[in-house]
Ligand binder design. Structure first.
Ligand code: SF4
Length: 326
């Protein structure tokens, strides 16, 4: 049985090498294949073929925290949820620059300005643009942003200022979306992802696993992401925060994470596949395994409302497994 499914997994890897797209049915067979190690190894071979041994290491700044008017049930920054997080308005350009400098000194190659908005009010957007200008004039670091819904003009402005990549996650499968958010639609998310690409920005779009979705819905998310052809795909693993409707509701195993990431690698062979929020909680020290199962990116130095590994610790871990920072 296992050698039959291994033949299938091997054949799909060869297909990916020759630029054939994996479809939903094939991805379902991959995610359920009997031999986890073989699946992980083939996913790793795809990563090496298209991306070499480089790992993208990104640092985030939560530049405006909390009080988001949207009702995403997983999110500690939603006004609908009663989480105990530090809430603050948009940080000053100088404060954000100082954090970018710290990220650069710690060796990060990209710095993402993340803000909890549905979309930024005009005054805040202007301040964010001034911040980006200041960072670009002062430092040699890639600047990425995640600011909520975008208009075409705003996306073009970010592109003009030198922003490299824009993050806008699909969060979950379309068939699951109304269970986790009712204040906006899946189409709204897809729309911003498309606007970003049309403006010439690189697209970073991924989601969260462990919110009670089925295996089919994980694959469904992978197929929706594949159709957007993102440059980067962050895979977050839910930490059900106290005060959110998802607190202590669902669990997620290391095996499920590896199967999902490996299958996403078959679906999106050239994307940076990033192990994002929840890495330290769900994988502990086993993030190495996932970086040998299709992933080639990490977020280092903490997340939006949770702490993460120290940067030096992550760089040491990459060296230990023979990978290099991009
Ligand atoms: S839109 Fe973003 S910041 Fe706002 S509640 Fe949803 S996930 Fe959180």
């Amino acid at each position: 049985m296992s050698s039959l499914t291994n033949n299938f997994v091997y054949q799909k890897m060869i297909d990916v090498f020759s630029n054939k797209k994996i479809n939903f049915q094939e991805a379902m067979k991959l995610i359920n294949s009997a031999d986890l190690d073989f699946l992980a190894d083939c996913a790793n071979q795809i990563t090496v073929k298209f991306g070499g041994d480089k790992v993208d290491v990104e640092t985030l700044v939560n530049a405006k925290s909390g009080r988001c008017p949207e009702d995403c049930s997983f999110c500690s920054q939603s006004t609908f949820n009663t989480t105990k997080i530090e809430k603050y308005p948009l940080l000053t350009p100088e404060r954000i620059l100082a954090q970018a400098e710290e990220a650069k000194n710690n060796g990060a190659n990209s710095f993402c300005i993340v803000c909890a908005y549905r979309s930024p009010p005009e005054q805040d957007f202007i301040q964010i643009c001034n911040t980006i200008k200041l960072i670009k004039e002062s430092l040699d670091i890639d600047v990425n942003t995640s600011l909520g819904f975008m208009t075409r003009d705003r996306a073009l402005m970010l592109k003009k200022l030198g922003v490299k990549r824009y993050n806008h996650n699909l969060e979950t499968a379309k068939s699951m979306f109304d269970k986790i958010c009712t204040t906006h639609s899946y189409e709204d998310r897809i729309n911003t992802a498309k606007i970003v690409k049309e403006a010439g920005l690189e697209l970073c779009s991924g989601g969260i696993i462990g919110m009670g979705e089925t295996i089919e819905q994980r694959v469904e998310l992978g197929i929706s992401l594949q159709s957007l052809n993102p440059d980067e795909v962050p895979v977050n693993m839910l930490i059900g925060r106290e005060g959110t409707p998802l607190f202590n509701k669902f669990s997620l195993t290391e095996e499920e994470i590896i199967r999902t990431i490996a299958t996403f690698r078959f679906l999106m062979p050239r994307a940076i596949l990033k192990i994002a929020g929840g890495r330290e909680v769900h994988l502990k020290k086993n993030d190495k395994k996932v970086l040998k199962a299709g992933a080639n990116g990490i977020i280092s130095g903490g997340y939006l409302t949770t702490k993460g590994n120290k940067h030096q610790e992550d760089i040491r871990m990459l060296k230990e497994i023979g990978l290099k920072q991009n």
